[in-house]
Design a protein. Structure first.
Length: 370
């Protein structure tokens, strides 16, 4: 990634090296088994009346940032591994952008992402039973009276939105606004979808703002510029039920996510394929992609679902291939893993092609180069 001004005064030799992610480019947010916010220093729950102050102490976007990335990890990931995985993904993005600058002309003026890593207790045995236990935990963290994850992450997204400014108003050139991209893996995608729904509804009730200014409904202008989930651990029909508020609906309802909702899938993902099928009687999005019913609630016709392949790292994504409400990305040719891996390709998304996808979404979020 492009280093912030504080890192630019380097030696001539160091300046030639690719700009790799630095510790100051990341901040962590920790949740407990109920989805409640923990103090990352003490490990204790943050009091409800101090949530806003705690977020303000940890999450003020730096002035050098052009983009804010919120990354929520998936199954079988410890706290240290969550940060390493985010660093690994950001490193791939910087290496891809440095090697193929012509693919991203709108990012030439600067791409300096600041990343919020959301950590939650997702570790278990690498078995079908372990997967089911964490699936049940993720569900419990997100629903019911004791499931606080959407509430906490919704507060987090609302705070970032308020603090980042609006790049659509031309403030980005002076670093007064940043683009906001949400990235999840596996069950982390569930948390993001639930959090966006909660944040948008809470802001609408308060008369506040949460979607893209170019596409979102006026009552929900919450500026999420893209939402990408690698190998999502949710039924492929989830946007007919649990996440139906993130799709266009009756009476002019628009999704609170202004940019595309992008989901990779691979037929080699055993966790969201065979295991998920046994547990939920339907394959997961990470195996088969998402789909919508032909007649969603309210009788509104089927909305925009686009399917394409994960492109090679040297092949540009046309704007039209990503400019849809939902985008299914078939990554079966790249996300393969090993036949000996019990979860198959479920976590096999650390590739230049994944970085290329994320950079292309950031590229197309920006206005045309003048």
């Amino acid at each position: 990634m492009t280093l912030s001004p504080r890192f630019r005064r380097t030696s001539r030799r160091a300046a030639r090296r690719p700009s790799l992610p630095q510790p100051a480019d990341f901040v962590t947010v920790d949740l407990d088994v109920d989805g409640w916010l923990l103090n990352s220093e003490t490990g204790r729950p943050v009091r409800a009346d101090r949530l806003k102050r705690h977020l303000a102490d940890r999450l003020t976007p730096p002035k050098w940032a052009t983009d804010i990335l919120v990354y929520v990890h998936g199954w079988q990931t410890g706290p240290a591994a969550a940060v390493r995985n985010a660093q690994r993904l950001l490193t791939l993005m910087e290496q891809q952008r440095t090697a193929r600058t012509a693919l991203y002309p709108r990012l030439r003026e600067g791409f300096a992402p600041w990343t919020v890593v959301v950590r939650w207790p997702s570790s278990s045995s690498l078995t079908k039973g372990g997967y089911e236990r964490i699936r049940a935990r993720a569900h419990a963290m997100s629903t019911g009276e004791q499931g606080y994850a959407p509430h906490i992450l919704g507060h987090l997204l609302g705070y970032l939105h308020a603090e980042r400014g609006d790049p659509a108003q031309g403030t980005l050139r002076t670093r007064g606004g940043q683009y906001l991209h949400l990235i999840g893996h596996s069950f982390g995608g569930r948390f993001l979808c639930e959090a966006v729904t909660w944040a948008a509804e809470a802001e609408a009730e308060r008369g506040g703002t949460l979607g893209w200014t170019t596409r979102a409904h006026p009552s929900l202008p919450f500026a999420v510029d893209s939402l990408t989930v690698f190998q999502m651990a949710a039924p492929r029909t989830a946007f007919d039920t649990a996440f139906h508020r993130l799709r266009p609906g009756p009476e002019g309802h628009r999704s609170p996510v202004g940019g595309p909702l992008v989901f990779t899938h691979s037929r080699h993902d055993r966790a969201t394929g065979f295991w998920h099928l046994l547990g939920e009687k339907v394959s997961g999005i990470g195996h088969s992609g998402m789909r919508l019913s032909a007649t969603p609630p309210g009788g509104v016709p089927l909305h925009d679902v686009w399917s394409t392949r994960l492109l090679r790292a040297d092949t540009p994504y046309p704007h039209r291939s990503l400019d849809h409400v939902f985008v299914n990305i078939d990554a079966s040719w790249r996300y393969r893993s090993s036949r000996l891996n019990p979860v198959g390709a479920h976590s096999d998304y650390y590739h230049p092609e994944s970085a290329h996808l994320l950079l292309s979404l950031a590229e197309h979020s920006r206005p045309d180069v003048v």
